[in-house]
Design a protein around this ligand. Structure first.
Ligand SMILES: [Zn+2]
Length: 396
């Protein structure tokens, strides 16, 4: 290690959640990251904790990979015109979310729908969030909505310019499976991931996408399988769970009964590893700074899933399905974390039990790329035990 390398040491961790459904809890009380990447974890007595440039005393709080919101509609910076709101991404960081994935910048006033215009906006959106991270949060954006008339060369051109995502299929003029499948195929050929608007219209002007269309289109993610807001009939949701190898995305701004149906069906089919979480905000429902936490608690409590598994839906599963370098406790992965503890006066013998009883944890700190980005959350209920930044400063 060079003299200039940044070394993060987090000590006195009460519990390490891994993000991995197959081993959701790791042994250890200490984690070390160098230059923003995880380099070791285990017991402090066995580890080299000297010369930390940043040191955190977790005071017994739980450490988990930072949560990932698989479905947001950002526009520019930390402002959304959808509900005229400033600071929604910073608020989301206070809900333990360190990575956001755009499902289309569809709330941009005057959004271009001609092909050269939509390509230009996709490239510009990708750039402005690459160049500016609100409060340090990673925003994967630049997700064009496909329109009739696009040709293979359009996808090649966008991919070459750095676009890696498609916005929700169905929000534009392409509403037939044949055309959508062809364009999704072109996107995939050039390394772009795709998602689709599953269910009824979200706002006046959008349309219905049923299970047949989702299956024919074959996107990498079944976007809001529980509707955004309006869910498909139960038999179609079951059919999607049965027929899809794609990620099954459950969102906060959807139908909660359909979310539980998806969970129960996926569990019966042995497909829990395909479940991922999003908020689908900003939207008509507003923004949900605690949306991913609320989905974890809802699915764990009403769906009878151990909380340590439900957390994996909100970090590790999404990271794997979306091929991200975060969301898992693994050597070389980004040091993106949320530290949290049982909320004050919450029932249950520990944080996991309190979540499985339907309560939110209290967030005490977030870390992105090895840099402490926030301290005690201003949004969650207060945690019983709070981590402390002992050496180093809060990143700006
Ligand atoms: Zn949608």
């Amino acid at each position: 290690m060079s003299d200039t390398s940044a070394k993060l040491v987090i000590r006195n961790i009460g519990m390490i959640l891994s993000g991995k459904m197959e081993v959701p809890i790791f042994d250890g009380d200490c984690l070390i990251a160098h230059d923003g990447k995880i380099s070791a974890w285990g017991y402090e007595k066995d580890m080299d904790c000297e010369a930390a440039t940043t040191e955190v005393d977790a005071h017994g709080a739980t450490l988990a990979p930072g949560l990932i919101d698989s479905h947001v509609h950002p526009v520019v910076g930390d402002y959304t015109p959808r509900q005229q709101q400033l600071g929604w991404i910073d608020s989301t960081l206070h809900g333990g979310v360190t990575t956001l994935i755009s499902a289309g910048e569809v709330h941009m006033p005057g959004r271009p729908k001609d092909i050269v215009g939509l390509k230009a906006m996709a490239i510009a959106s990708q750039r402005w969030y690459e160049n500016f991270r609100p409060s340090g949060v990673k925003v994967h954006a630049g997700a064009p909505v496909i329109e009739h008339g696009m040709v293979e060369e359009d996808f090649a051109e966008m991919a070459k310019a750095g676009v890696t995502l498609l916005g929700e299929v169905g929000l534009g003029t392409v509403k037939d499976g044949k055309t959508a499948a062809q364009m999704v195929g072109w996107a995939r050929k050039y390394g772009m991931q795709s998602t689709i608007h599953t269910g009824g219209p979200s706002i006046p002007g959008s349309g219905l996408i049923d299970a047949d269309m989702v299956l024919e289109t074959g996107t990498d993610v079944v976007g809001h399988i529980n509707g955004g807001h309006t869910a498909l009939p139960d038999d179609q949701i079951i059919c999607l769970c049965e027929g899809c190898k794609a990620a099954l995305e459950i969102v906060h701004n959807g139908n909660e009964r359909a979310a539980l149906l998806t969970l129960n069906t996926a569990r019966e089919l042995g497909k829990l590893d395909q479940l991922i979480l999003g908020t689908d905000g900003p939207a008509g429902s507003g923004v949900q700074p605690l949306g991913i936490m609320r989905m974890v608690a809802m699915l764990s409590s009403l769906g009878d899933v151990p909380a340590e598994i439900a957390f994996c839906f909100g970090n590790g599963n999404t990271a794997r399905q979306r091929k991200l370098d975060t969301g898992l406790i693994e050597i070389g992965k980004c040091a993106d974390f949320v530290l949290m503890d049982q909320a004050q006066h919450a029932p249950g013998k520990n944080m996991l039990e309190s979540v499985q009883l339907g309560n939110l944890p209290g967030v005490g700190m977030t870390v992105i790329d090895g840099v402490v980005r926030s301290l005690r959350s201003r949004n969650t209920p207060p945690a019983t035990r709070l981590p402390e930044l002992v050496v180093g400063t809060l990143g700006t």
